[in-house]
Design a protein around this ligand. Structure first.
Ligand SMILES: Cc1cc2nc3c(=O)[nH]c(=O)nc-3n(C[C@H](O)[C@H](O)[C@H](O)COP(=O)(O)O)c2cc1C
Ligand SMILES: C=C(O[C@@H]1CC(C(=O)O)=C[C@@H](OP(=O)(O)O)[C@H]1O)C(=O)O
Length: 387
């Protein structure tokens, strides 16, 4: 069974993750993970913090000579900003706890419900952990899963399909991975240059007005064998697991599988993917409106999931709130914040989808070494062709 935990505060010394159950013999380097961490840091619309951080992973356990050993893998990403907060964030008595106490909850953030739930007078004790800084650890973890998927000929790509009111054309092109690879210079991880130019303008406008924006991203997984997940129990359904994983990303408020909400507005004859058979390829579909999952089980078509991100809660344009201590109304003032972080969330989305698919593969095929799981997956692929 694959599992992981992350720990760490946004302005603490570092983020840490422990990954348990990863097969041995998986080749992985820090450069591989760092490439994904850098992708997560990019994207037009991010704030001052991304100028400070240069996310890099360090393996503290479980990897030797570029190969996983089967032992728990500890991953660490240091916070460069820690030096600026070390007095305030210090765990011991030297912490300057009364300086920069946060008592003004931001609408849309975890501040108020977190302070109520954990009985905190200083909202910093909530915001440090609710911050999406934590997603750096999740991308590091997801990159390990992505590496395993690559060994099993499964690839994951994602792109931004909406920022605010600007929508990009939907990509159903089988060459999408190649198209996205060529997007090295894209500012918003969007394969539709015209839409991207409009998106940049909309972000500039939101920034000028002290506002923030959300959007939508879409993830495709290619090469996923049929048979992952199960129809037999609610918690084994692959669609529910992917939706839960995506929804766990900070600020994600909607998830669609395949045509999702649009399918609800169309008749069944225009939604369900008809079934065909050819001796050389077995069962196949000519459409993929189901997004590669039926009955909670992967059906062999590419998996397509979309997620909607709400606008960033911290706004330069003040919203009304109430001080936790004085109970007086106030209008929030802001030091720094992202205006839009949809491309970053897309990279996090790829990571959590990679993780869920790797976990579902590990459950179905088991195996303690890369050679073992590879052999089992290949045998399954042959078997499926003979059904
Ligand atoms: C990559 C990324 C960057 C984010 N940056 C900010 C930010 O700069 N300021 C902010 O207030 N919220 C930011 N958020 C959103 C908050 O973390 C999120 O809204 C908050 O944790 C409350 O959780 P919820 O929106 O899921 O309810 C970001 C989210 C993501 C995924
Ligand atoms: C640090 C990251 O994102 C942060 C997520 C975040 C939030 O409230 O979620 C608030 C901001 O942090 P700060 O208040 O330090 O400027 C973002 O920069 C990151 O993505 O690595």
């Amino acid at each position: 069974m694959l599992r992981f935990l992350t720990a760490g505060e946004s302005h603490g010394p570092a983020l840490t993750a422990i990954v348990e159950g990863m097969v041995s013999g998986l080749p992985v380097t820090d450069e591989y993970i760092n490439k994904q961490l850098a992708r997560r840091q990019s994207g037009y619309g991010r704030g001052g913090r991304m100028q400070i951080e240069r996310d890099r992973v360090t393996f503290l356990s479980g990897v030797r000579g570029g190969l996983t050993t089967g032992s728990p893998i500890t991953l660490q990403v240091v916070n460069q900003d820690w030096v600026n907060w070390s007095d305030i964030m210090a765990p011991g008595p030297q912490a300057r706890l009364n300086e920069r106490v946060v008592s003004r909850p931001r609408p849309g953030h975890a501040d108020l419900p977190g302070a109520i739930k954990y009985n905190q007078r200083d909202i910093r004790n909530i915001l440090e952990r609710s911050s999406a800084r934590e997603t750096a650890a999740r991308v590091a973890v997801g990159s390990l899963a992505r590496r395993l998927l690559e060994e099993l000929d499964i690839s994951i790509v994602g792109y931004v399909c909406r920022i605010g009111t600007v929508e990009a054309t939907r990509q159903e092109n089988p060459d999408l991975p190649k198209l996205l690879e060529s997007l090295a210079n894209s500012q918003l991880l969007c394969p539709d240059p015209q839409a991207e130019a409009e998106m940049v303008k909309e972000i500039d406008q939101a920034k000028a007005e002290g506002d923030s924006l959300g959007g939508v991203f879409e993830i495709h997984a290619y090469g996923v064998p049929p048979g992952l997940g199960s129809h037999v129990h609610w918690d084994r359904k692959l669609d529910s697991r992917l939706a839960g994983a995506l929804m766990s990303v900070q600020a994600i408020k909607g998830v669609e599988i395949g045509h999702g909400f649009a399918a609800a507005a169309a008749p069944g004859s225009q939604v369900h993917d008809q079934i065909y058979y050819a001796a050389n390829q077995g069962f196949y579909r000519r459409t993929n409106r189901a997004g590669g999952i039926e009955g909670g089980i992967s059906n062999g078509m590419p998996i397509v999931v979309r997620a909607a991100m709400k606008p960033i809660p911290t706004l330069y344009k003040p919203l009304l709130s109430v001080d936790l201590h004085t109970k007086e109304p106030y209008q929030a003032s802001v030091e720094r914040s992202d205006v839009c972080a949809v491309p970053a969330a897309c990279v996090v989305g790829e990571a959590v989808v990679a993780w869920e698919l790797a976990a579902a593969l590990a459950e179905k095929f088991g195996g303690d070494s890369l050679a073992e799981i590879k052999e089992r997956v290949n045998r399954w692929r042959q078997l499926v062709r003979q059904v």
